[in-house]
Design a binder for this molecule. Structure first.
Ligand code: NG1
Length: 403
């Protein structure tokens, strides 16, 4: 991608951009649909990024265009309560950080910007949060707002709710604060990160189904519904635990529940208290949280095979209990495993988007080959395949570069 947006900026404005905000996408290795339940996740930032070349303006307007012709230019004034664009319009991801920063920090200076991104859109790789972070960083920069990375990520997580999805905060955090060559265990309230080196020889491969998981459409509705189901399941289980004298005061959330009671007791109470869908959602959340802790330990002890098994378990739980897989995601997972991967799972919210698969260095070519032959070739996708199928490099978080 290079610095393409700079050239477009110069052409369009007849003068140079002064800064470049860059923000990476991410791949979540394990810990899916746990963040909004207040439980940990284990993602890493990747080498795919949003780049925003920008230059401060003297007024309070933001004007951004994309180097992609199919994204229309967006212009708005920074005020608290910016009128949203129609649902699904990319402008909402630009307005989101402006609206939040106006509310929290009374910012009033805008910028002109040109944007480029090589993160696949609606694919579970956080193209949206990278966009929000890049625009947020540019706004903070031109308004002289200085915040540490994690508090800034928290502001951006709140900001993204403007777009209509009640996300949990993982994406903004890892995109802001990831370290090169590391994954990160992230916990919430307060937001904290533990950076874990990815062992030499562990190769994470991302493969895109090509089916978009639009947050403004069905996938977004399912996402918000899952969040509600988890809240309801928690309320019921907490009441039962209280009535049985297992706990002695009101719980604040899933994390609190798991701090007080052992995982198997929690599952037992859940199985008594819940039925059907709510039990399934609850079981996924509790077991996935345990898989995050196990995965961190396995990465630290360089246990590639054990980590792979956890990825398989996570996918099964997301497919059976959380019901956010799809036939394409299941197919990719199967093809990857058959080609020699140690484990594979859907990554991100699901219902389309990508899988992440783990292979040891010596098998990675076979896995890439297996996926291109087994999934892409039968669909007639033979060129430009590296857009959909690539190795993920654990990468550094967002920054603003002076040009
Ligand atoms: P993706 O897949 O990038 O849309 C979403 C949420 C995360 C997390 C995952 C599921 C947003 C911005 N991101 O990610 O917070 O809940 O789903 O684990 O809503």
């Amino acid at each position: 991608m290079g610095f393409e947006p700079r050239a477009v900026f110069a052409e369009e404005h007849g003068l140079e951009s002064t800064h470049l905000a860059r923000a990476p996408g991410r791949v979540n290795l394990i810990g899916e649909h746990t963040d909004y339940n207040g439980l940990p996740v284990f993602p890493m930032a990747i080498q795919r990024e949003v780049h925003l070349a920008f230059r401060s303006r003297d007024d309070g307007f933001v004007r951004i265009r994309s180097i992609r012709e199919d994204f229309e230019e967006v212009e708005f004034e920074i005020v608290p309560g910016i009128a949203a664009s129609p649902a699904g319009h990319w402008g909402n991801y630009l307005k989101a950080p402006a609206d939040e920063l106006a509310r929290q920090f009374a910012i009033s200076r805008g910028f002109d910007g040109v944007l480029a991104s090589d993160i696949p859109i609606a694919a579970g790789l956080s193209s949206s949060s990278a966009l929000v972070n890049a625009v947020g960083l540019a706004l903070a920069h031109v308004n002289g707002i200085i915040l540490e990375r994690l508090p800034f990520a928290e502001v951006m997580a709140e900001a993204e709710h403007y777009t209509g999805t009640r996300g949990g905060g993982m994406d903004q955090a890892i995109s802001m604060a990831g370290h090169a060559d590391h994954a990160a265990r992230i916990e919430f309230s307060p937001l904290q990160m533990r950076h874990v080196p990815v062992p030499q020889g562990w190769c994470f491969v991302i493969a895109n189904t090509g089916v978009r998981a639009e947050k403004s459409g069905h996938a977004g509705a399912v996402y918000n519904a899952r969040r509600k189901e988890c809240e309801e399941a928690f309320r019921i289980v907490a009441d039962v635990a209280l009535n049985r004298g297992l706990i002695h005061s009101r719980l604040t959330g899933y994390r609190n529940l798991l701090q007080i009671l052992e995982e198997d007791i929690v599952i037992e109470v859940g199985e008594d208290a819940l039925r059907g869908t709510l039990l399934q959602r609850f079981r996924h959340v509790i077991t996935e949280a345990a898989r995050v802790e196990a995965a961190v330990d396995l990465m630290i002890s360089d246990d590639l095979q054990g980590f792979g098994w956890l990825m398989d378990d996570s996918h099964r739980s997301l497919r059976v209990d959380y019901e956010v897989s799809s036939k394409e995601l299941d197919e990719l997972v199967m093809v990857a495993r058959d080609a020699g991967a140690e484990g594979a799972r859907l990554t991100g919210a699901g219902l389309g988007g990508c899988i992440v698969t783990l292979a040891e260095q010596g098998k990675v070519d076979a896995v890439l080959e297996g996926l291109s032959e087994g999934y892409y070739a039968p669909r007639g996708i033979t060129t430009g395949i590296d857009q959909d199928l690539f190795m993920a490099t654990p990468s550094v978080g967002a920054s603003v570069i002076t040009l």
